[in-house]
Design a protein around this ligand. Structure first.
Ligand code: ADQ
Length: 447
């Protein structure tokens, strides 16, 4: 049996490697368990310009070899900040107006993918199976083929895939998509993404086909963690600080795809239209800063600071603050305890590949007294979670109505919505996702 080679832009840092983490790490940790494997990518550090290719630094933790290289400041800017996060991220989240395109960034993107391929090829053995992750690395498969690699190579896109009518806003989008022919399997999160990607393939005459593999979490571990956290000082302090008020919780990276201004507008509409709940609820939004060096993210942060200040200024009383907003990260185990204590989760992205927070919230609940999940139609998780209170995040009144419905739900109504969600989250786990993808990628290999 060959090794599993995972390639992603970022590789978990040494400290994170031993910690429970997000869906990608959890799913892959299960997949690599008991299998000799190697995880290759960027170290997170920068280095000086150089002429020769770097040697990867190797670190073996629990049988997995982590191989990482540094990138130069110039490569990081063109490949990661500009092309990946300043162009492909908004494009794939249907926000073409936020794209910044420069030919030189595309060249740097291709340069870094070619560098990844040259460094990785030195590590490969003939029967290794390679699994490439996400939009930073669309061309990696083709770059490996150009070096003569004949191994199985699969690709998984964690973020949405827009229809061709939007995709073509990227000059030369067909060239980017044509590189997908190099992969033996192309995976995306949802059926909608499959349809969009296959439509682009057909219209561009590209001989590739996408399949859906919905990513999940480790629900048993997360449930255990949520119960264990309930009795920690941080979770107790949160509960005591509420003085019996209903807790509405939002948890997201601070990103324009997550619909935070629209969510705050929805909460404000709720306070205005349902005055009986003023002073009875606390909305805690945890949104750690990400990509702080991209201008759109700085602008969003300023907008949210202003919006939260205004909502609290208008609606607070001397003994009640409606919105608690924090941009510092919260440890994962504490977060699990917060989810369990939250009566309502308000998760309203404008577009999201999947959204694991929705699944984590469900996994953290007490099945006998569960909370209510309010979820955007535009999260990749929505088709699997039709029993949540689904909303269109662009309509503040719809968010307000959903909050009122959640406030008024009886215990029986909450259980009736929760039970099928729980079944789904426990069925469609991170390990099932990785197992199904790898099974499809390896199909025919063992014959
Ligand atoms: P993200 O955009 O990061 O991931 P999401 O899937 O919701 O979105 O979250 C990833 C993880 O980060 C979760 O495990 C969550 O607990 C954690 N996290 C989020 N906010 C946090 C906070 N404030 N503090 C601590 N931890 C926090 C991308 C895609 C998603 C897709 C995933 C996996 O954008 O659509 O679901 O990859 O494929």
């Amino acid at each position: 049996m060959g090794r599993l080679i995972i390639v992603s832009n970022r590789v978990p840092s040494p400290r994170e490697r031993l910690q429970p983490a997000g869906g990608l790490t959890v799913g892959l940790r299960d997949a690599v368990r008991g299998n000799e494997s190697l995880w290759f990518g960027w170290s997170g550090a920068t280095t000086d310009e150089r002429d020769d290719d770097p040697l990867p630094s190797l670190d073996v933790v629990e049988g997995v070899t982590y191989a990482t290289i540094d990138l130069t400041a110039r490569q990081l800017e063109g490949f990661y900040q500009n092309f990946s996060n300043g162009l492909l991220w908004p494009l794939c989240h249907y926000r073409v107006g936020l794209m910044t395109y420069r030919r030189s960034d595309w060249e740097t993107y291709l340069e870094v993918n070619a560098l990844f391929a040259r460094v990785l090829v030195e590590q490969l053995q003939p029967d290794d199976v390679i699994w490439v992750h996400d939009y930073h690395l669309f061309p990696l498969g083709q770059a490996l083929r150009d070096l003569g690699v004949t191994n199985r190579i699969g690709f998984f896109l964690h973020i949405p895939c827009p229809p061709w009518s939007l995709m073509r806003s990227l000059p030369g989008a067909d060239l980017l998509l044509r590189d997908m022919e190099a992969y033996d399997l192309v995976g995306v999160q949802t059926q909608e993404d499959v349809e969009n990607m296959n439509q682009s393939f057909s219209l561009c005459g590209i001989a590739a086909r996408a399949q859906a593999f919905a990513i999940g979490i480790d629900p048993i571990e997360f449930h255990r963690q949520a119960i264990a956290s309930a009795d920690t000082p941080a979770v107790r302090r949160l509960v005591e600080s509420l003085h019996g008020r209903t807790l509405i919780l939002g948890v997201d990276r601070l990103d324009y795809s997550k619909g935070l201004p629209e969510r705050f507008a929805g909460f404000e509409a709720f306070l205005e239209r349902f005055p009986q709940y003023r002073g009875k609820v606390t909305f805690l939004q945890i949104a750690p800063v990400s990509r702080g060096d991209v201008p759109e993210y700085q602008a969003l942060r300023r907008q949210l600071d202003e919006q939260v200040g205004r909502i609290n200024g208008v609606h607070a009383s001397y003994d009640w603050t409606p919105v608690r907003y924090m941009t510092s990260p919260v440890p994962r185990d504490t977060l699990a305890g917060f989810y369990r204590e939250a009566d309502i989760a308000l998760i309203t992205p404008l577009r999201d590949g999947m959204n694991l927070v929705a699944k984590e919230y469900v996994a953290a609940q007490d099945p006998d007294d569960p909370g209510m999940l309010i979820l955007s139609h535009f999260a990749g998780a929505a088709p699997e979670m039709m029993d949540a209170v689904l909303v269109n995040p662009f309509d503040p009144d719809e968010i307000a109505d959903a909050l009122a419905l959640a406030m008024e739900a009886t215990r029986d109504e909450r259980i009736a919505r929760f039970t099928p969600l729980d079944v789904e989250v426990r069925r469609s786990t991170a390990s099932v996702w990785a197992r199904d993808f790898l099974k499809a990628l390896k199909a025919g290999l063992d014959d």
